[in-house]
Design a protein around this ligand. Structure first.
Ligand code: GLA
Length: 385
């Protein structure tokens, strides 16, 4: 939704104009899945889809929240009473950010907030991170906190981990806060160094499609936590701080040491090979050879499907069908168990690839997928004034 519409709605709801309007995008991840809680590498980029927030600060300790996308009246909370784990609705995300800022010692004394989002929820495109980051950025500006994008991302992750109760890594919040238009973000999740990698596929006659399968499997949260715990156990068994510390050249030795821990071996193999794939994609893009990343994406999907086992029939169908219809590469993106896939294709093959995926879904009696072209877009920013 546009800044003006959000401003008008805010004024209707709260009786005065907002002090500003901010936006933060959703993301897709090009490569580097389930590596961010293993101190590894990721490579997301921001989508044009974004969450917009009109916000004014308050001095009386009241936090009022409203979303154009939730069918609910204005929620009124007291900042002093915010407590982790008590809210199971969408308001936990913005309230969690206020809680995390205050817990870190920042003097946030309330706000009126109206939100509106074009990031599809439940599609694995980081609608939660967009919501957190837009609120964090608005409060950072209004309260003059002076925090940079990386620091805001950390606070947002803390809100999601501790307040909402989801054990996610740092990728999505950093992507939303720090991405730049025309670039993918190469992020080292250990030291949080970032490198913007030019990623202009259309100049090369290529397209990256997002296919939102429209399925969301309900067990995904528990499965995510289980994978994360398994990776931590693997690192402990191997005597390293995180699986990031196992180099690709040391993979066979590490797997041998894990003996008959078959579940853990699979998790370790995925993380170690996935970190190597991120580096290969960075090298190929920097060498000006974007077509060559196709097979690397396909390998990544196979690893997530067979070793990490976070894919699902709808994602596998998307990937197989797109490749059979001529795509150069395809993989699931995000946490898995539903959500979206990314497909790399020649511009001229896009109609055929899209049609093939739609037909395959119809033939399997599945809800029609949502497909769109992913254009690397800018990260969070202030829109008004
Ligand atoms: C979700 C989490 C991220 C990351 C991905 C998997 O999107 O929020 O932190 O772990 O899954 O790569």
């Amino acid at each position: 939704m546009g800044a003006q519409q959000v401003t008008d709605r805010f004024t209707e709801l709260y009786g005065t104009a907002p002090q500003g309007v901010w936006a933060a995008p959703g993301r897709v991840n090009l490569i580097g899945e389930h590596t961010d809680y293993n101190d590894g590498f990721v490579m997301p980029f921001a989508l044009p889809h974004r969450t917009t927030a009109a916000v004014s600060p308050r001095t009386d300790g009241i936090l009022r929240l409203h979303s154009a996308d939730a069918d609910a009246p204005v929620a009124e909370l007291t900042v002093d009473a915010l407590a982790p784990g008590t809210d199971r609705t969408w308001t936990a995300y913005p309230a969690g950010v206020v809680w995390a800022l205050r817990e870190a010692g920042h003097p946030v004394t309330g706000a009126d907030i109206h939100l509106s989002s074009t990031v599809p929820a439940g599609a694995g495109l980081s609608s939660s991170a967009a919501l957190e980051v837009v609120v964090a950025l608005a409060l950072n500006d209004l309260y003059g906190l002076g925090l940079d994008g990386g620091r805001l991302a950390l606070l947002c992750r803390h809100a999601e981990n501790a307040y909402v109760g989801a054990p996610v890594g740092i990728m999505d919040q950093t992507a939303s806060a720090c991405c730049e238009a025309g670039h993918a973000l190469f992020l080292d999740t250990r030291d949080l160094t970032r490198r913007q990698i030019p990623f202009d596929l259309s100049a090369e006659g290529l397209r990256l499609l997002v296919v939102d399968t429209r399925v969301e499997h309900s067990h995904s949260q528990g499965e995510y936590g289980w994978r994360r715990a398994g990776c931590e156990k693997g690192a402990a068994l191997l005597g390293v701080g995180a699986l990031r510390d196992i180099p690709h050249s040391g993979l066979d030795a590490a797997l041998a040491r894990l003996g008959d821990e078959e579940e853990i071996r699979r998790l370790v193999r995925h993380v170690v090979t996935e970190n190597a794939r991120v580096r290969r994609v960075v090298d190929l893009l920097e060498a000006g050879d974007p077509r060559a990343i196709g097979p690397v994406l396909v390998e990544g999907h196979a690893s997530l499907r067979d070793d990490f086992r976070v894919s699902c029939p709808e994602l596998d169908l998307t990937v197989e069908t797109a490749l059979a219809a001529g795509a150069l590469g395809a993989r699931m993106t995000g946490g898995g168990f539903g959500g979206s896939a990314v497909v790399l294709a020649e511009e001229t093959d896009v109609p055929a690839v899209t049609a093939a995926v739609r037909e395959a879904f119809a033939a399997a009696d599945l809800t029609a997928p949502r497909t769109f072209e992913a254009v690397p877009s800018e990260g969070a920013r202030r829109l008004l004034p």
